[in-house]
Design a protein around this ligand. Structure first.
Ligand code: DX5
Ligand code: ZN
Length: 222
């Protein structure tokens, strides 16, 4: 099942000295979500920001926010992100043995839940979560940093996942994160992606607005 494509610029690559300016441009280009990359320096080798940035984002934009939790103890922070106004939360499958409990908590607190898979994680681990989730976020780089090279085997993984979802729960969407750009978005859409996270391709571009618009146009044209 194909869902309308959505573009979620990751603010990790935005200019934090001038965040509002970057956000306005992405909004004008038609950003559907803003993607917040939450890193704790433990689950991934980098530290980013916490719920307070979600609050700032909420104050400057009406575009919905999703939070990608690259953190070891997500349940401690999920209520804070939801209080801050985040609507969709992506914990990592690999973060804990009881990730099912984490996904359940997100749903119980009234937000949309996703599940995130690292590049080395099999696509079919999503089966137990299908009743609870809005989407599966496929990592097409190892999480931790913006601007990394897209891992090509992610395309085949998406095709397999789309087939599994179509057989078992067609409403569940596929999201992708890592190395998405103007050159590969058509292939990714073709393989079955509905939700495109893009960091450096958007915020390091000369024209942020035009880049978001182009990404969306290409995804819509496939
Ligand atoms: C990586 C993050 C990504 C990152 C994407 O750990 O989850 O969201 O910001 O950046 P690009 O699009 O530059 O690969
Ligand atoms: Zn991310």
């Amino acid at each position: 099942m194909k869902h309308p494509p959505e573009i979620a610029p990751s603010i990790l690559s935005a200019n934090f000295a001038n965040l509002e300016t970057d956000i306005r441009q992405a909004e004008k280009g038609g950003a559907d979500w803003f993607h917040l990359d939450i890193m704790d320096g433990h689950f991934v080798p980098n530290i980013s920001f916490g719920p307070w940035v979600a609050k700032i984002m909420k104050a400057i934009t009406d575009v919905p926010l999703d939070a990608h939790l690259m953190i070891t103890n997500p349940r401690e922070y999920i209520p804070k992100f939801i209080d801050a106004g985040v609507e969709l939360i992506y914990p990592h499958y690999e973060a804990s043995y009881d990730v099912y409990r984490t996904v359940q908590l997100i749903v119980d607190l009234g937000a949309k839940a996703g599940i995130t898979l690292n590049p080395a994680t099999r696509f079919d681990v999503v089966e137990p979560f299908l009743e609870l989730i809005d989407s599966v976020l496929i990592m097409s780089v190892c999480p931790g940093f913006g601007g990394q090279k897209f891992i090509e085997s992610s395309v085949q993984k998406i095709r397999w996942l789309r087939k599994l979802l179509d057989e078992q729960k067609p409403e569940v969407r596929i999201a992708i994160d890592g190395g998405v750009n103007l050159e590969n978005i058509a292939d990714l859409r073709h393989a079955g992606v509905d939700f495109f996270v893009a960091g450096s391709a958007v915020f390091k571009a000369k024209n942020i607005e035009e880049t978001v618009r182009r990404l969306k146009q290409i995804a819509e044209s496939v």
